[in-house]
Ligand binder design. Structure first.
Ligand code: ADP
Ligand code: MG
Length: 617
């Protein structure tokens, strides 16, 4: 099995790790940098910079430089109200039909979806890892279905087969080896560049479970930089609104550097060289004491969030057995100290806090390929899931913080007489009214026999598998009619759009494309083969011996063509594709016969359909 890379796709920094000689290792560029700043800058000559060079331009050329793309992933314009001010580019939503919307960022004279932008970052990270095909990518524990799906799609556009999306805190706990204790409760305190997350994990017999998540999507190291920056600007008698961009960029970089220096030194000096706008330049000494006083409110705010997470997990500080620090900002001594005091124990700091998540993702990749002790990673549903009932209220089936995999069934009935079909709308959120929740998708259950209101019995089942994919099904008990959907978020890209982006993506190496195509064709072939074999073994079907022989030959053809990993040319993929097409062709008459029989049963008797949205409980 090919190697799997673990990727931490961060708001501020992204990085990859791989297992080398049994140990997870962060992959670095030639100058020893593991972190790739999650910043992209587009140039008029068509070139695209990613990482450190792009970050250096974020304030001098704000319109062509984008950062914090992660905040946009899987979000609608409506969701983004509170953060849109932080992003200098024009952001709009295009209507993709059937109520589905796609978010676009205008940059470099072109519209890009957040998925495409994240894919640019992923591709850069991937290149460092030697262009692997398979990946485990991490997301914050509070990410909802749309955000996770958008991350999966970004991976696909970057030419990756995303084996699994896992929660960042779970990855961090794994990196710290906390799965080695038999049981316990773990707090993961993650103070990154733009966001803060606190997660309470439970560990039982080597199985992780997220008990609760808390945090603030607008609290991070950037805020500390901004505080230092406004301190300096204030003393210079300037306002950030009238300072010129180059000066601002300089001050921002100096502030971040001073902050980082103060994690090791007791004092540091900021030296701003003279510039046109500020001819005298500025030199300012900052002590750790002054710095700590400045940032204390931010740290306290983060601890308030920890308190909420503890409350949601129904735990007290004394019940926490381990505390892990994650995120670059936890290098700040004040944070280490206060977090330690808050939880009443010394936090784990053995790993580089900005690398722990990627290291854990690499370990998870290793587990998935069967190379490691079997640790199950259970996650929780970040937000409640339910359906819209008649009149627009929400009936929740799976509550927030439920462990996945999860299943819940509830019985509903029809609201009006002779209702022969019902539209089931799936929503996610904590609010009581559907209009305040996120729409995840909808489907129709048809063929309910006409009967008076409240006579029908519709069982709605929500099933979330270990990968967090949601399937909703509905079954009317009297008639046996059934319908189901696998939920694809109402916001975001369709498979076809992702596919097109994959093909369009500029530096998508041919080899990657071939390898991925082969993986997908193999999966397609395997499904078709198993389906065909199942049909061939059905005793209720009469199959002519010649037809059977023809089909069996085609099955063998697919099986044979699947036995290759050769991607030096497109030939292996083409051959497999042809074998699959041949199998589809020769099974067509049989498939049609099977379909006809099923349809005959279903169509036996049907009244004109009357669709109503929503059931009642
Ligand atoms: P994210 O998870 O948000 O992508 P990281 O975990 O990489 O980000 O954290 C980035 C933040 O950590 C930045 O604000 C950076 O300035 C800060 N940081 C990195 N090193 C230090 C340090 N030694 N002291 C204080 N802050 C640091
Ligand atoms: Mg992070």
């Amino acid at each position: 099995m090919s190697e799997v890379v673990g990727i931490d796709l961060g708001t501020t920094n992204s990085l990859a790790a791989k297992i080398i000689d049994g140990k997870p290792v962060v992959l670095k560029d030639s100058s020893g940098n593991g972190l790739v700043p999650s910043v992209i800058s587009f140039h008029s000559d068509g070139s695209v910079l990613v990482g450190t060079e792009a970050k250096a331009r974020s304030l001098t050329d704000p319109l062509h430089t984008i950062f914090s793309v992660k905040r946009l992933m899987g979000r609608s314009l409506e969701d983004l109200k509170s953060v849109i001010g932080l992003i200098p580019q024009a952001i709009h939503e295009t209507d993709a039909g059937e109520g589905r919307k796609v978010l676009c960022v205008d940059i470099g004279g072109k519209s890009h979806t957040p998925e495409e932008l994240s894919a640019i970052i992923l591709r850069e990270v991937r290149r460092r890892a030697g262009n692997p095909i398979r990946a485990v990518i991490t997301v914050p524990a509070h990410f909802d279905e749309s955000q996770r799906q958008a991350t999966r799609d970004a991976g696909k556009i970057a030419g990756l087969e995303v084996l699994r999306i896992i929660n960042e805190p779970t990855a961090a706990a794994l990196a710290y080896g906390l799965d080695r204790r038999r049981k316990g409760t773990i707090a993961v305190y993650d103070f990154g560049g733009g966001t803060f997350d606190c997660t309470i994990l439970n560990l039982q017999d080597g199985v992780f479970r997220v008990l609760s998540t808390g945090g603030d999507t607008r609290l991070g190291g950037d805020d500390i930089d901004r505080m230092l920056m406004s301190l300096l600007l204030g003393e210079m008698g300037l306002d950030s609104k009238d300072a010129d961009p180059t000066l601002l960029q300089n001050l921002r970089d100096l502030s971040e550097r001073a902050k980082i220096a103060l994690s090791d030194a007791e004092t540091t000096t900021v030296s701003l060289p003279p510039s046109q706008q500020y001819p005298t330049g500025k030199t300012r000494e900052i002590s750790r004491g002054e710095f700590e006083e400045l940032i204390l409110p931010l740290v306290k705010k983060s601890l308030d969030r920890c308190r909420v997470a503890l409350r949601d997990a129904k735990k007290t500080q004394t019940q926490i057995d381990e505390v892990a620090l994650v995120g670059g900002s936890t290098r700040i001594p004040l944070i280490r100290r206060l977090v330690g005091e808050f939880f009443g124990r010394k936090p784990h700091t053995e790993l580089n806090p900005d690398e722990a998540v990627a290291l854990g993702a690499a370990i998870q990749g290793d587990i998935l390929t069967g190379n490691r002790r079997q640790t199950l990673l259970l996650d929780v549903v970040p937000l409640s899931l339910g359906i819209v009932t008649f009149g627009g209220a929400v009936s929740k089936l799976i509550h927030r913080n439920t462990t996945i995999p999860a299943r819940a069934t509830e019985r509903f009935t029809t609201a009006v007489d002779n209702q022969t079909a019902v539209e089931i709308n799936i929503v996610q959120g904590e609010r009581e009214l559907a209009k305040d929740c996120r729409n995840l998708g909808r489907f129709k259950l048809s063929g309910i026999p006409p009967m008076p209101a409240q006579m029908a019995q519709v069982d709605v089942t929500f099933l979330i598998d270990a990968d967090g994919l949601l399937t909703v099904s509905a079954k009317e008990q009297r008639s046996g009619q059934e319908a189901k959907v696998s939920v694809k978020p109402a916001h975001g890209l369709t498979d076809e759009e992702v596919e097109r982006m994959v093909l369009e993506s500029v530096d998508h190496a041919r080899d990657d494309f071939r390898a991925r195509r082969l993986i997908e064709l193999k999966a397609k072939g395997a499904t078709l083969v198993s389906h065909t074999k199942r049909t061939l073994s059905r005793s209720d079907l009469t199959i002519d011996p010649d037809e059977r022989k023809l089909i069996e030959g085609a099955v063998a053809g697919v099986e044979q063509s699947s036995q290759t990993d050769d991607i030096t040319t497109a030939e292996a993929g083409d051959k497999l594709n042809a074998a699959i097409n041949h199998l589809s062709e020769v099974t067509l008459p049989l498939a049609t016969r099977v379909m006809d029989e099923t349809a005959k049963q279903v169509l036996s008797e049907r009244a004109p359909e009357q669709v109503t949205t929503g059931l009642i409980s």
